[in-house]
Design a protein around this ligand. Sequence first.
Ligand code: NAI
Length: 286
Amino acid sequence: RGKRAFIAGVADDHGYGWAIAKSLAAAGAEIIVGTWVPALNIFESSLRRGKFDESRILPDGSLMEITKVYPMDAVYDSPEDVPEDVKSNKRYSGSSKWTVKELAEAVKQDFGSIDILVHSLANGPEVTKPLLETSRNGYLAAISASSYSFVSLLKEFVPIMNPGGASISLTYIASERIIPGYGGGMSSAKAALESDTRVLAFEAGRKHKIRVNTISAGPLRSRAAKAIGFIDMMIDYSLANAPLQKELSAEEVGNAAAFLASPLASAITGAVLYVDNGLNAMGVGV
Ligand code: NAI
């Protein structure tokens, strides 16, 4: 049987989530995705209208199929956590079962089990503010959407993951080195995500034989990255200074994720894998 992958954080064809879905599909996996509720309508209608067809082409010429798109909001674990104003918001009231618990239940009902869980989402409302100017709410919101969201997803999906399964998240080197401009507590959120990768690798490994890894990816001009405002500078910096002087493609990260999710990586867990043209290894810019 082919493997089944759930990819959380796909809302267009520009980000890492889409590229990971494609690499997993090319390797024979069945693809189901979770899309942030406010982005759901436009993503589904674009998909239906064929707007992504060119980006759906796999190496063998066939088109990637997405078996099902689920609405999700990774900052809410169950319906009791959802505030009234969100509940009554038109975009949210138009969908149902989008809290993490309900999402996992829905996937279980539809598919029974999955093999691969991908977390490709982050959000920091104050990302453009320096950490020194970040509010408590902004900081906690970044951690909630970008770090605890992974703990919560893994917690709810582990019971429906087949032993030998793998989970992968996306992180950024701002967790361990100073990257001015990656503010609002997002650097803190990525540090938490990386630390949690190790602890969760232990817990999910011992209990369920599931591997947990994270990819520290280089800069990509995704929708989320454009919102931060310094992505072109980071891409230029990498081009100028990394050991490999080429622009990083989302596909290269997708392929690394497919490797990590595959039996080829059966002894790799708790790891932070750099997929960044080697930029992390540099000590000074040259
Ligand atoms: P993206 O915009 O394609 O993906 C982010 C996704 O998160 C979007 O689809 C958005 O709808 C979703 N999202 C935001 N809040 C959510 C919530 N509460 N619940 C559910 N979904 C939510 O952008 P990108 O850059 O591909 O991001 C994917 C991951 O890659 C993120 O973890 C990001 O931090 C990481 N990353 C990105 C880098 C870059 O340069 N683009 C570099 C290193 C890591």
